[in-house]
Structure formats: C-alpha cells, structure tokens
Design a protein around this ligand. Structure first.
Ligand code: CA
Ligand code: CA
Length: 748
C-alpha cells in the first residue's frame, strides 16, 4: 500500500518552509523576525516529502501578508496554487490570531489544509474559508487553494444568506393565558416562522428584569425572567429552533444593567470588588446639586443621578434605573464575557449587542458642546441638541468590539462550533463612525455586521424628501463606505422605530420596501409583524396609563404632549394572528399586557394566508427567491433614482446561469398618498443601454397593488422593456431575458 506522504507532516519545519521562498525574494528582516539567518535557509537540503515536491513544481511566487506576526506567500503554476503561512511567536499574549487571505491572490476563497507544523484546530484536508483563518502562534500551515464551493459554506456564512426575524417575546404568543407572550408560546409559532423563510431568530431581552425598558434593564444576565418561562423552556426553545435548521441570536445588553442588579446594589454599599463596576463621580461643586457634566442622555434626561448612599453621582446614558457599566474596569470586561459564555454554552448562535455607541465615555469628564445653529427651543431635554463628543463612539469602544470578536473566535476554536455572529447596534447617521465597528483592518475584525438603519432613517425624513434620488443617497452612503470583505444588514423598523406601514404615506408601498430589504446586498432584518404590514397603535391621553415605555415620560417633563408622541409602545403591540379569537389569537387572557393595534381584525396572518394576494404571500415569495443567486453574493447596480423611481439590477459575475433581475419601485407613496392615477412610463432599453432593442423582461414578482389590466399583473408574463408603466407605489421584479453583455453598465 502506498502511504500518503503529504500526511506525514512531522518532518517539515518552519525553517524548511522558508526555503520554499526564492532566495532573492527573502528580505533579511523577514527572517530576523523569526530568528533565522539566510545562510541556514540556503543550506537546507531539499526535503523529500511529496507536498514539498509539489510546491517546488510551482514556478510562480507571490507575496502574501507579511508583518511582525506573520510571513505568508503563495506558490502556483497553471494547475494548482498553495498558500504557505508562518505565524510567529507573537508578543501579544494571545494564543492565536485571525487573518483574511480571501481573494488576496486571484479569486481564491478556500484553502484545504495540507500541512501544519503541530496539531492545529483544523483537521488535515479540511476546507477552510480564507476570509477567516485562525492561526496558532509559532506554527506554520500549508493550504492548497480552491474556489468557493457550496458544500461547506453554511457553517461559516449562514448569517449572510438568511433572513433575521426580530421578535419581542412578550408580544408574540402567550401560552399560559397570563397576558404576556412567553417562550412556550414562541415554540408554538416556530413552524410559522420557519415557513416564512427565516434563518435566524433574534429575541429582544428575555432576562430577569423589572421591564421599565422592554427588558433592556437587566437585573440578572444569566437567567430567564419568569414571565417568559424557565431556563428549561429556553433549552427546549433552542432545540426546537435548531431542529428546524434555524439559528438563535440573543440580545446582549452590555452598556447598562438595572439598579436591581446585585452588582449595582453592592456598588451602592461600596462593597468590593463592585466599587468601580459603574461610573461614579463627584458633582461640579462637590455637592448633590450640580452633576459632574452637562451630559444629556437619550431620553432627554441628565446622564447623572445623585446617590445619597455613596455621596456621589452615577452615570446612566439611558434612564436612571439603567446604570452604565464601567468598561475601563477589567473585572467588568470579564464578567460580560462570562455572560456571553453562559449563553454560548446553552447553544446560542450569535449576539446582537445593544447600544454599542454608548459603551465608553471619555474619562476626562468634559462638558459636551451644543450643536451649532441648533434650532431646538428646549435645549435642556433634547439629546439631538448636543454634539456627543464625550459619550458616543469613543475610540476605546471600537477596541471592546474587537476584543469581543476575538473572544468569540476563541470560543469557536475551543468548542469546535459553527460560526457565531456579533452584530452591533451602532445607530449613528454618521456612516464613518458606524464603519469603525467593523474593526481596524482585515485581520483584526470587530462586528460581523453593524445594523444598518438607513432605510428607517429615510422613512423618518420629511415627506417631501422621501424621493427615489434621496433614497439612493441613503443607500449609497452606506454601501460605498462598507469596508472590503465586510457585510451589511438592512432593516426598515424595530422596537425603537415606527412600523413601515405607519411611516409610509401609502401603505401600498410596503411591498416595494420588501424588495429593498430583501434584494439590496446584505442580510435583511425583519421586525415581527412587518410581513403582514402591521400598523402602529396611536396613543392618546385616554390610554396614557397603558404606556409601558417609561422613557416617554422623560420627554413629558417639560411638555406633557410629548408623552404620546415619543412612546415606542406603538410599534410593540402584540402579533396579529387572526380575527376569530380574542386579542387576535395572541392571548386568551381577558386583557393582554399591552393593547393591540386597532387594525388587527383586518390586518392579520390568517386573513393574508386566505387572500389571493397579500403582503404576507408576497413576502414569502420574495424570501424564497432570495435563497438563490444572484442575491447572496451577486453584484448590485443602481439603474435609476429620480423623484419617483428607484430601480436597480442584481446579477452574478461568477455564476453565469444565475438570472439577471431588475427591480423597479415607484416611490410615490413614500411621502404622498396614492390618490389620483399618477403613472410613469419607463424605457429600460434606453436606461440599460441595451443592444437588443427588442429585449424583454419576465415578471417574477409584483406588488399586491398592481392594477389587474397591467401587463405586469401576472407572474410569467413577458413584457417589453421599452415601455414599463408603473402607477403610484407599484413595484415589480423582472428577470431580464438577455445576457449581461448585452447591456452597458458603465455610466449608469
Ligand atoms: Ca405568558
Ligand atoms: Ca456607557
């Protein structure tokens, strides 16, 4: 029997791998970093393993990443290519480092491990994603390079391919008739979620809490609040989710906990080691009257509250019941990593980190300046009136995100887990600040995805500004700044941002927004209920006593009318399942914990499943479509963005068989209602500079409001591209029946 010599790795040394570099390409410093000298490399006799022989047959040499920690290079010929990586005994005390080699040399995205100097995390012959290579220090590796194939990528890229569905568990399904949604209720609805095409469920906080802020005021990070059930219920939930080939992402709230948390209670008593777990400071005049700084928090309150117990002020970027943790304290950093480990050990697949831009405050404690030309008439209560130079997006915050990513990488490595994602809620209109959360460079990554709120920001613009060209500016501002090899998300609404149907002047346009959400490049995040176009509950003084979102009352201190305007409860109403049962099927309790939206009898899942066409049916159709190329890794190009139209194409440059899609959205209803017969005729032969003047498009999907007599009304219809007519708020997805070379994308 012939033994496979390339498997016999013990006889190759790091020094010998250096001998694979053409001597003239080696720089003295390259070797100095590894304490080798050139003569010792020259004097090595060539090794007779088949692997080394194969590499030596490669006549081309190409430099890889070379820095203080790493020497890497490629050897290739027309048949094969290798990547050789030598990691140094690093000065930072970490046991491994993470690098991206993807597409550094041609388009190679995968390496098959052919050799490592010691036992590595990877198995021999295992395929490894080159955008995520974990290297133990003082080891060397040889990878045979390959192109992307689909059989392995799910364990690493699952979060790029599928829809994320955000759920407020208390508002989704009640299982025990106490009026609160719970984990067992959620289990009952998992089949619905799976049928929607969801890949990842994101739960807002389920931890022990007084629920003054939807559970973002946590009194024990490692427990389930009894209103949701027990830890055993959670274990069953995660099993049921995984059994359905879905993943679970939990909310992770590091910036602050609740005043009820034992850490804060101990800090109040000056008990070690909790004395500096939070941020304490003396007042401006060393008294209880004027706080240490003028910092105004998110809900328009001072960020400081006086503690008579400690005779000091404590910091809270949100409400006074939510004290900020001190991330300059290493104990706190470790406690928070232990929290992540607790949930990882239970099997969660990722974290959505809350309020990341508020993590760290400048420790010089200087006042923040007012914005220039600010028009706010009441400067004391408006967060937006200030430049948050000292309390937002601080340089040390980005380092914490990178540290968490490294922590998760170590966990993946040590526990042989599928990839675990880290998503941050960056929430800044300044894209440059948001992008820093992706990490300083390719080999020291931060978050995998920052939540991209730009569709929601667009919908928050004044109605006259909600045009196709303005939308394009919002979308491009994000896409153009996204670092290479990084991935984004899209979202239309959330627990903090009003529902789409309520923000749009015409709720007909929601179908067009589904097309944006699902077909722009990146991972879509859908807030529960948006698939049926749920509407906000409008609060009035008469139901003020039903408001759960206490931060609304901060706004009411100076202007009582702002309470109903500012409450976020309007978008947190219970899920609307059907019109037959009480409370839309959400709970059998006489009174749900939260009032329902008024429109539940018409807008609900059952109605929409029974209709010929509905938002829900269209949404499911579009999610199915999105499973295929070109939507995952294909290209994006804007075709037209003017006052009323936003249109783009998606195609794959690598997979020739993937269809070319044209998406056209009439944005009329974004800012105006649809009354009247506004229509627009478009010539896509001209817009696409199409060589074949008779080219056609096939209708694949269309908004529910398309008129019955329109050529676009039936899926499968072939239509002339030179005369596409869309009425207000209509949208359509066409497959272009042509070759990508027949159109000219150079100057669109
Ligand atoms: Ca319940
Ligand atoms: Ca903070």
């Amino acid at each position: 029997m012939v033994s496979n010599k390339e498997e016999d790795s013990s006889i190759i040394t790091i020094e010998e791998l250096f001998s694979l570099v053409p001597i003239e390409k080696l720089n003295k410093n390259d070797l100095k970093n590894f304490s080798f000298n050139l003569n010792s490399i020259k004097s090595l006799s060539h090794i007779n393993t088949s692997l080394i022989e194969l590499i030596n047959k490669c006549d081309l040499y190409h430099e890889g990443i070379i820095n203080e920690d790493l020497f890497s290079f490629y050897r290739s010929n027309k048949n094969e290519a290798y990547l050789i990586v030598i990691a140094k005994d690093s000065s930072n005390n970490k046991s491994f480092i993470r690098y991206t080699f993807s597409k550094l040399f041609h388009d190679y995205q995968i390496g098959q491990l052919k050799f490592s100097t010691k036992n590595s995390f990877y198995k021999s012959n295992q395929f490894i994603d080159l955008s995520f290579v974990q290297l133990f220090i003082n080891q060397a590796y040889v990878f045979k390079l390959d192109y992307l194939s689909s059989n392995y990528i799910d364990s690493l890229h699952w979060w790029k391919k599928g829809l994320i569905y955000q759920i407020i568990p208390s508002s989704f399904q009640d299982s025990n008739n106490d009026g609160f949604g719970d984990l067992n209720g959620l289990i009952q609805r998992l089949d619905y979620i799976q049928q929607l095409g969801v890949k990842t469920i994101w739960l807002t906080p389920i931890y022990k809490s007084k629920f003054r802020d939807l559970g973002y005021d946590i009194s024990d990070y490692c427990s389930i609040d009894p209103r949701f059930g027990t830890l055993d219920d959670f274990k069953r939930l995660i099993n049921e989710i995984h059994n359905r080939q879905m993943r679970l992402m939990v909310d992770f709230v590091p910036n602050h906990c609740s005043i009820e948390h034992p850490w804060f209670q101990s800090a109040l008593k000056n008990e070690k080691p909790y004395v500096d777990y939070f941020i304490w400071h003396s007042g401006k005049n060393n008294d209880s009257k004027i706080p240490p700084t003028n910092w105004i928090g998110y809900a328009g309150q001072s960020m400081w509250t006086w503690s008579p117990e400690r005779n000091q002020w404590y910091l809270h970027q949100f409400m006074d019941c939510q004290p900020d943790l001190n991330f300059r304290n290493e104990n706190v950093c470790q406690e928070i990593e232990n929290v992540m480990k607790f949930w990882l050990d239970l099997g969660v697949d990722g974290f959505r980190a809350d309020a990341t831009k508020h993590l760290i405050e400048n420790d010089q404690f200087k006042d923040e300046p007012l914005k220039e030309n600010d028009q706010h008439d009441d400067l004391q209560v408006e967060y937006e009136a200030y430049e948050h130079t000292e309390t937002s997006n601080q340089p040390d915050t980005y380092k914490i995100i990178t540290r968490w990513r490294r922590f998760l990488d170590e966990y993946i490595t040590n526990n042989k887990r599928d990839y675990i994602i880290l998503i941050t809620e960056t929430q800044d209109k300044d894209v440059d600040s948001d992008m820093k959360y992706y990490g300083p460079n390719r080999w020291s990554r931060g978050n995998d995805m920052a939540i991209n709120f730009f569709l929601a920001y667009f919908l928050g613009e004044n109605p006259e500004n909600r045009t196709g060209d303005k939308l394009s500016k919002f979308i491009q501002s994000w896409l153009e700044k996204l670092p290479n090899e990084c991935w984004t998300t899209w979202t239309m609404s959330s627990h903090d941002s009003k529902r789409v149907a309520t923000k749009l002047a015409s709720s007909n346009l929601i179908d067009g927004f589904y097309m944006l959400l699902l077909f722009l490049p990146g991972t879509p995040i859908l807030y529960y209920g948006e698939e049926i176009g749920m509407e906000n509950l409008q609060y009035t003084k008469e139901i003020r006593h039903e408001i759960n979102d206490l931060s609304a009352f901060n706004y009411g201190i100076n202007d009582e009318n702002k309470i109903e305007e500012k409450t976020r409860d309007g978008q947190r109403t219970p899920m609307q399942w059907n019109s037959d049962e009480i409370n839309a099927g959400f709970t059998n309790a006489a009174k749900p914990y939260h009032p329902l939206s008024k429109s539940w009898k018409t807008i609900n899942v059952q109605n929409q499943l029974n209709s010929n066409r509905s938002h829900l049916k269209l949404f499911k159709q579009l999610v199915q479509l999105r499973q295929n190329e070109p939507f995952y890794s294909g290209k994006f190009q804007l075709i037209l963005a003017d006052k009323y139209i936003y249109s783009f194409i998606r195609w794959s440059s690598e997979l020739q068989t993937a269809p070319i899609y044209l998406i056209i959205i009439n944005m009329f209803g974004a800012g105006q209602n649809d009354e009247g017969d506004q229509h627009i005729n478009l010539d896509f032969i001209k817009l696409l500079k199409c060589k074949n003047k008779n080219a056609k498009g096939k209708v694949i999907a269309r908004s529910t409001n398309i008129k019955d007599n329109s050529p676009l009304s039936n899926e499968g219809n072939q239509v002339d591209l030179n005369d596409i007519c869309l009425y207000s708020s209509e949208s359509v997805l066409l497959q272009l029946l042509l070759n990508i070379h027949e159109i000219d994308l150079s100057s669109t």
